[in-house]
Design a binder for this molecule. Structure first.
Ligand SMILES: Cc1cc2nc3c(=O)[nH]c(=O)nc-3n(C[C@H](O)[C@H](O)[C@H](O)COP(=O)(O)OP(=O)(O)OC[C@H]3O[C@@H](n4cnc5c(N)ncnc54)[C@H](O)[C@@H]3O)c2cc1C
Length: 496
């Protein structure tokens, strides 16, 4: 089999992966990146709103407070503070690299001040990623999917990947997962097709802890095909109307359209159920076409004219707050394995992510994880691939249907239990990774994550942040995390 070697192998070429690779290159390391889709890949190029950076010292405290408030008792304050303290250094660096951040910050839902920096109107993620890729010197193997991690004893020492040239072994001193989220587990999502939670499944099977998967943020305003209508639209004056033409958000929250995302998503869900639909009126936004070209084009592609009519919107799976548990330096606890970006659960987002904190996390944690990985490189002998987990991809529509019904914006015990029984009956197969195909591997990863997510959603008998249980509408007095490792799933009180 073809074999390559690297000091640091980065799985994924979104904001976290590319920024990590840039940090490692700057230290003189040999870096290799894999991206299962052609560049620009991942959720990063789809991000519209921007990157949240504290404006100054005083705002750092306010930004921290907003982050803690959104995360409902599950944000780790010292992690959040450390990331926010580092943020200005990264903004300065990006500006010095010529990235075209707009000088005027915008305000987004959950933020007490305008501190989100956008690029190119609503093309923030695309321009950010292009700017980073333009500086990258390390090779990116496009179209190569990590199918299985290589283990030598307890240590992760590379991957077996599948790509256009057939199977490929990459041996590495450390592996950094930057594979993004799991939105494709749901029938309606803003995420790109590759968001199948691969990194989470790979890490879990190598012994890492997956934490708080039940916390999935639903974007309140997606068009019927999952295209996102940026939160920034509401920040700049767009209003939500029910099917009777009534503005309803002020009835649900004093912040109105700028309430935290979970509040808006549930209000949109309930008003949709009650009145038969929900619409977003973009017409109050000045210079709508110049400010939100992507949104206007997406609406027109579906046959709507946003300058003349409100657009039909509904909640869509958007962001995974949970993921591979890491320490503040991206270490997963499995020797040789690091994680950064949406795949990871660092403690920044808690039960709900504050808008535009995720690209920031990708930057700060990308660099931190790369530096931590380089400080602990090792090349153990004889690494071998773990078997891969596969599922017939023809079963995915039914699984997604269950996820939509059971694990959407509003959840309850009976439906969660039925969905879990369905997921547990799925015929997952272990096969040699080189014998697997991409679709079967993705389906296997999604099925594994569905089981874990549904188990966690059932066990969490409370409503907190993005997780809302109709049968347990109150927040429990004591906050706890849920952690899965191997066969065990446990409640871990905050601070332990
Ligand atoms: C529509 C949309 C709008 C958003 N808007 C904002 C915003 O305005 N501000 C904000 O902060 N956040 C926003 N987010 C969230 C944010 O974009 C993501 O959380 C962030 O970009 C994730 O970056 P990442 O580097 O972790 O992963 P991604 O950018 O998702 O990259 C994942 C990479 O991993 C690769 N990959 C996956 N699996 C494998 C595998 N098995 N083998 C090899 N490669 C693999 C993919 O090809 C890709 O290169 C938005 C998300 C969406 C979907």
């Amino acid at each position: 089999m073809r074999t390559l070697e690297a000091d640091l192998l980065v799985l994924g070429a979104g904001v976290a992966g590319v920024y990590a690779a840039l940090a490692a290159e700057a230290q003189g390391a040999r870096v290799l990146l894999l991206s299962k889709d052609p560049l620009p890949s991942g959720s990063t190029p789809w991000a519209q709103g921007g990157v949240a950076f504290p404006l100054d010292e005083a705002d750092l405290e306010a930004h921290l407070e907003d982050t803690l408030r959104a995360g409902r008792g599950l944000v780790e304050p010292e992690v959040a503070r450390a990331l926010l303290e580092e943020a200005p250094r990264h903004l300065e660096r990006l500006l010095s690299w010529g990235l075209p951040f707009h000088p005027e910050p915008t305000r987004e839902g959950g933020h007490s001040r305008a501190r989100v920096r956008h690029l190119g109107g609503d093309q923030s993620g695309l321009l950010l990623l292009r700017g980073l890729l333009a500086r990258l010197r390390s090779p990116v193997l496009e179209g190569y999917m990590a199918a299985s991690l290589l283990l030598s004893g307890e240590r992760v020492a590379g991957v077996l990947a599948l790509g256009p040239g057939g199977p490929l072994l990459v041996r590495a001193g450390a592996v950094l997962l930057a594979t993004g989220g799991l939105g494709r587990l749901f029938p309606v999502t803003t995420n790109p097709p590759g968001a199948t939670g691969d990194g989470m499944a790979l890490a879990f099977r190598a012994g890492a802890i997956l934490r708080d998967l039940e916390f999935v943020q639903f974007h309140p305003t997606a068009l019927p095909n999952g295209s996102l209508v940026s939160e920034a639209c509401r920040g700049e004056g767009a209003i939500l109307l029910n099917a009777r033409g009534e503005r309803f958000m002020p009835r649900y929250d004093p912040l109105g359209e700028l309430a935290p995302r979970d509040v808006v998503a549930r209000a949109v869900f309930w008003e949709g159920e009650r009145t038969g639909g929900v619409y977003l009126d973009l017409r109050p936004i000045p210079h709508l076409e110049a400010r939100f070209p992507t949104v206007v084009a997406a609406a027109r592609a579906l046959g709507y004219e946003p300058l003349k009519e409100p657009l039909p919107v509904a909640p869509a799976a958007h962001y995974a707050m949970g993921g591979v548990r890491t320490d503040p330096w991206g270490f997963t606890g499995v020797p040789g394995l690091y994680a950064a970006g949406e795949v990871a659960s660092t403690g920044l987002h808690g039960a709900n992510r504050l808008a535009s904190n995720s690209l920031l996390e990708g930057l700060v944690m990308g660099e931190r994880a790369a530096l931590a990985a380089l400080a602990h490189l090792a090349h153990p002998p004889g690494p071998r691939p773990l078997p891969a987990l596969t599922l017939d991809p023809g079963l995915l529509p039914a699984l997604r249907g269950w996820m939509g019904r059971a694990a959407g914006v509003v959840r309850r015990k009976e439906t969660l239990a039925e969905a879990l029984a369905f997921a547990q009956d799925l015929p997952l197969k272990e096969v040699p990774p080189e014998a697997a195909g991409r679709e079967a591997l993705e389906a296997g990863n999604l099925a594994l994550l569905a089981r874990l997510l549904l188990s966690m959603a059932l066990l969490r008998e409370e409503s907190r942040g993005a997780h809302f249980r109709e049968d347990f509408p109150e927040e429990a007095p004591e906050a706890y995390h849920l952690e899965a490792q191997g066969e065990s799933l446990v409640k871990v009180p905050v601070g332990v």
